[in-house]
Write a protein that binds this ligand. Structure first.
Ligand code: ARG
Length: 599
């Protein structure tokens, strides 16, 4: 189904062609003046310039050709040659009915599906997640859902930060904290071999009893602070990192324990947020490919020595600013952030072979990715444009700096969710739901409202923009907020439920009222919103569409009572409400939200 906007483009193109005008100029866009028209076409002006004729004359010719088309109730020329198009109620009714009958409620799929890998989340072992990880998770999850819904084959990879300097810091700190752990690591290293399965299980049990996630949370900031001030401490952490990377059994065993503990907790937090990964891979997974990669870079003549380190220069002629080289092997012999990223590109090529990779990471890492991508292209690991950094701004506090807790520490995802849930509970109580819902349902609803508040606040801005964390505004049931969207969905559900209780059936959709016209036009515009969101990697366009639907429903519900109406009018309004709910819930799902039954 090409949809109404598509059909209009088609009519316009026919008319342009018949008048010997360039058909690519025949395009309809939603009107700037909805009171005068539904769509407008500005192509007569551009065409006039091209063929050197009067634009109003051209517009008149096009209007005449369109007059007979059944879609239009009015075709008018305005100003210097704009063509204003008003659709007929019949055309809108037919299109709304068609959308109601489609499982995808008016959405198309891409012509050529691709394999797309989305690298998002990016939490680090043992380090608490900060707002950058939160934004990455929210935006990445939404992009993954959007790409999948449009028909691409997608894989979401958490790309855990589990192979860097912080691991050396933690290994050292754990050995300092407990003599049993120190002995375990040293014995294993001395033996130089891995443990038997039984001995390994015993070692893990011992580690589990000694180091929990809470211990890691406490140990990491202490160790990181020491590493900053104490050179010997820092050097030991570097050496331990190198030991880990050369897979010495002691370091490796501790590392596996840390990774396991962190991953379980992260999976739980992410899941609570409606974020789920297909792959829980990390930097460490690319490590085995590093030796052959280094040899390959060497063979291609791309590696250079630089004061004991090995680098790949990525500067290009015409660069406006200098990019640093890719640091492949540090002077201590360690793999760096960029090394694992480059090796991961190889790893992904061998496993999933993605045609496109989107890296949903803080804008401040733009240079890092530019360097890695250029190195990948130089080495022939990726084609130009195949790897794409999807940067985003920060979530700030009222001081304009990236959001921190009141104590000034980094924000933990769990605490943020809990804080938002608290506020959501208040809001629900204010709305009188405290007494109405059973405690369990109340909690579940508070959670849905909290997740909607957080995610929608994030996704309703274009990702490049930074925004201020404002819990009061995010959780409000009014305005452009997640809870407002849920609330409108809940209102529709409640009408539909009552209708079903009374045995009322939806019928043919008949668009009559202006508020119904608005809804029908929005239903038709869904696919354009999705395809633009997809092209621009911009979930905020889905958020905008959802918000417009919710507002338009609210106007419709005020102007056109549903249950008190009768006969075919009521059946039509019920059907319209039903299809609006389906499209709205689809948008919510693409944003990673879901509406409760009541709120
Ligand atoms: N772990 C990184 C960080 O915390 C983010 C990882 C992003 N993905 C990547 N392939 N580099 O900053």
């Amino acid at each position: 189904m090409i949809g109404l906007r598509g059909a209009i483009d088609h009519r316009l193109a026919e008319a342009f062609r018949a008048l010997d005008l360039p058909p690519e100029l025949a395009r309809a866009t939603p009107s700037d003046r909805p009171d005068l028209a539904d769509f407008q076409c500005n192509g007569a002006l551009a065409a006039a310039k091209r063929v050197g004729r009067n634009p109003r004359e051209i517009a008149a010719g096009v209007a005449e050709a369109l007059a007979a088309a059944p879609e239009f109730a009015g075709v008018e020329i305005a100003g210097p040659g704009f063509i204003n198009l008003r659709l007929s109620d019949a055309a809108l009714s037919a299109r709304a009915g068609e959308i109601a009958s489609e499982p995808r409620v008016g959405a198309q799929t891409v012509e050529t599906p691709r394999r797309v890998l989305i690298d998002y989340g990016g939490p680090n072992v043992a380090k608490p997640m900060h707002v950058g990880h939160l934004r990455s998770s929210i935006i990445g999850e939404s992009l993954k859902r959007l790409y999948r819904f449009r028909g691409d084959e997608t894989v979401g990879d958490a790309h855990f930060g589990d192979w860097g300097y912080q691991m050396g810091l933690l290994i050292g700190a754990a050995m300092d904290a407990d003599p049993w752990i120190r002995a375990l690591v040293e014995d294993l290293n001395a033996a130089g071999t891995e443990l038997s399965p039984a001995a390994e299980a015993a070692a893990f049990a011992g580690l589990e009893a000694r180091i929990s996630l809470a211990d890691l949370d406490r140990m990491y900031p202490e160790a990181a602070a020491l590493g900053k001030t104490d050179e010997a401490y820092r050097n030991r952490a570097r050496r331990l990192t190198a030991e880990l990377q050369s897979r010495r059994p002691g370091a490796l065993l501790l590392w596996r324990h840390f990774a396991r503990v962190t991953q379980v907790a992260l999976a739980r937090d992410f899941h609570a947020l409606g974020v789920d990964f297909d792959l829980w891979k990390g930097e460490s997974d690319a490590d085995p490919l590093i030796p052959e990669m280094v040899a390959d870079l060497e063979a291609r003549g791309l590696l250079e020595d630089d004061q004991g380190a090995r680098i790949v220069r990525v500067g290009r002629q015409g660069d406006k600013r200098d990019l640093p080289p890719l640091l492949v092997v540090s002077s201590e012999g360690s793999a760096m952030y960029g090394t694992t990223d480059l090796a991961t590109i190889l790893d992904r090529r061998r496993t999933f072979d993605p045609e496109q990779v989107l890296y949903v990471v803080d804008q401040r890492q733009a240079d890092h990715f530019e360097v890695v991508f250029r190195a990948a292209v130089l080495a022939g690991y990726a084609a130009e444009g195949q790897l794409e950094h999807i940067g985003f701004g920060t979530m700030n506090g009222t001081d304009g700096k990236p959001f921190k807790t009141r104590e000034g520490g980094v924000l933990k995802l769990n605490d943020l969710i809990e804080m938002t849930r608290d506020r959501a509970r208040d809001r629900l109580r204010e709305a009188g739901l405290g007494a109405e819902l059973a405690p369990e349902a109340f909690e579940a609803t508070a959670h849905q409202v909290a997740v909607a508040a957080l995610k929608f606040a994030d996704l309703s801005n274009f990702r490049g923009t930074s925004y201020v964390f404002d819990l009061d505004r995010f959780t409000s049931f009014e305005g452009k907020t997640g809870p407002y969207l849920l609330y409108q969905a809940v209102r529709i559900k409640s009408v539909l439920r009552r209708a079903a209780e009374q045995g009322l059936q939806p019928g043919d959709i008949r668009i009559e009222d202006p508020s119904e016209r608005e809804l029908a036009l929005l239903l038709d515009a869904f696919d354009d919103a999705l395809s633009e969101a997809y092209e621009r990697r911009a979930p905020n366009l889905v958020a905008d569409h959802a918000y417009r639907l919710a507002q338009a429903f609210s106007r419709f519900y005020a102007a056109c009572p549903i249950l008190p109406a009768e006969g075919e009018v009521r059946a039509s309004r019920l059907a319209l409400a039903g299809v609006i709910l389906r499209q709205l819930e689809l948008c919510l799902d693409l944003l990673g939200l879901s509406a409760p039954e009541r709120m």
